[in-house]
Design a protein around this ligand. Structure first.
Ligand code: VGL
Ligand code: ZN
Length: 198
């Protein structure tokens, strides 16, 4: 087996003080940095939205952040503006070691479609290219860490399991948003998909 560490969205906007701050989001960073030294492949993902991204509540007159809306591809939570391309909020947290990364994959850069997963956008069909990269390197086993447990980590883990990777989520190195029970739901969905939660 060949292992890769996939570090999901450890960006300023998901850390305390950010636009979509996850409680204690920055607390996982020292542990992630340490784990990078133990794996042969490190991939970072970066949420990377245009300023007028359709997942932003500000693009939907009358809508509030965290409302649910219907997109052509299905239900979509509307978020505060976050991780706008080139902004400080989109930068990786300063404490995260980025030098060990072999690949940085950006997602959510198409205005009309959100992308929680590191593998597919929210239509579940548009690929990011990450699967091809990992397969071309012979990687079979993935360890996922990062933000947020119940959105980008959970979607990435389920897609990875469906694609046939052996997937472990290190819950101690993740933090969640927990919107209306989304954390419990995500844990159940990951378990049902065959993801190992440790
Ligand atoms: C995320 C909401 C919107 C995440 C990204 O990284 O979990 N959540 N965009
Ligand atoms: Zn986003």
């Amino acid at each position: 087996m060949t292992q890769a560490l996939i570090v999901i969205d450890v960006q300023n906007d998901f850390c305390p003080g950010g636009a979509l701050a996850v409680t204690d989001g920055d607390a996982i960073i020292p542990g992630i940095n340490a784990l990078m030294q133990e794996v042969p492949c490190v991939v970072l993902t970066q949420d990377w939205h245009p300023a007028d991204h359709s997942s932003f509540a500000s693009e939907h007159p009358g809508a509030a952040a965290y409302d649910l809306t219907e997109m052509p591809y299905g239900p979509q939570v509307l978020w505060p503006d976050h991780c706008v391309q080139g902004s400080t909020g989109a930068d990786f947290h300063a404490a995260l070691h980025t030098d060990p990364a072999d690949l940085i994959i950006r997602k959510g850069f198409r205005r009309a479609i959100d992308s929680y997963s590191a593998f597919f956008e929210n239509d579940k069909t548009t690929p990011t290219g990450l699967e091809g990269y990992l397969r071309a390197r012979g990687i079979t086993d993935l360890v996922l860490v990062g933000l947020a447990t119940d959105f980008c980590v959970a979607y990435s883990a389920q897609d990875a399991a469906r694609l046939g990777f052996d997937v472990t989520v290190r819950l101690d190195l993740c933090r969640g948003i927990d919107l209306n029970g989304s954390l419990e739901a995500a844990l159940g969905a990951m378990r049902a998909a065959g993801v190992r939660l440790v």
